[in-house]
Design a protein around this ligand. Structure first.
Ligand SMILES: C[S@@+](CC[C@H](N)C(=O)[O-])C[C@H]1O[C@@H](n2cnc3c(N)ncnc32)[C@H](O)[C@@H]1O
Length: 220
């Protein structure tokens, strides 16, 4: 595996992984198959979360006692698989993505890992799908990893749908360091959102320098 964090050397990335819970065969196969898709040009490289981030997301899901979760941006299913494994057997995860092709891979691995019955996938544009969900506190945990210019709207729509003390995880909030000097609209969107969240009284906010930056929000 190549280092996924621009903050780590290959040696340190290997050390971080060796010092955390191991990636099992199902996850390893999913990572390999997704990399092969990228090599064949069937998917962009570097869309998938880093393995060590998946370990943390599973741990956090269990630690906050989440029973219901929602994910925006599923791709081939690695982050969803990690969240689903952190849920109790009767827990549920709603996944939103617009790619039938990429999420077909996800479905296969969720079946193989024995968590498919905890996951519902809704295909389509995430924002209208999210807005169509009842605006009441239904979720304990949310993960956002879709179009970066949509993050601010996703966070707004998630707020009323999250229980008090519920947690939102936002991926790629460092944009490989470009939040310091935004190069495109995605970088600018994340830089502006990071600044807004740091002083938003509705959230307790911690930006972790993990992988490409993982912001953790707790609903006050
Ligand atoms: C970075 S990938 C997600 C990676 C995934 N979390 C993982 O661990 O493998 C982003 C995904 O968001 C989806 N996406 C992007 N914009 C979207 C939108 N507006 N509505 C729904 N899905 C969207 C893409 O189809 C893609 O699968």
């Amino acid at each position: 595996m190549t280092p996924r964090s621009f903050l780590l050397t290959q040696e340190l990335a290997d050390y971080v992984r060796a010092s955390s819970d191991a990636v099992d065969e199902v996850l390893a196969d999913l990572i390999r198959e997704t990399a092969e898709m990228a090599e064949r040009g069937e998917a962009p490289g570097s869309m998938q979360i880093a393995p060590e981030q998946g370990v943390l997301m599973r741990l956090l899901t269990t630690a906050v006692g989440a029973r219901t979760a929602i994910e925006i941006g599923t791709f081939t299913g690695l982050s969803a698989l990690c969240i689903a494994r952190g849920l109790p057997a009767d827990g549920s995860l709603l996944c939103l993505d617009r790619s039938e092709e990429w999420t077909a891979v996800a479905r296969r691995y969720w079946e193989r890992a024995g968590v498919a019955d905890r996951i519902e996938l809704r295909l389509g544009d995430a924002l209208p799908t999210l807005r169509a969900l009842p605006a009441e506190p239904a979720y304990d945990l949310a993960f956002v990893d879709a179009d970066k210019t949509g993050y601010a709207a996703y966070v707004e729509e998630l707020h009323p749908r999250l229980r008090a003390n519920g947690v939102v995880l936002l991926d790629n909030t460092l944009r490989e360091g470009r939040v310091l000097d935004p190069q495109d609209e995605s970088d600018r969107a994340l830089a502006e959102l990071n600044a807004a969240l740091a002083t938003d009284p509705r959230w307790e906010t911690a930006l972790l320098p993990l992988a490409d930056g993982l912001t953790v929000l707790r609903k006050r």
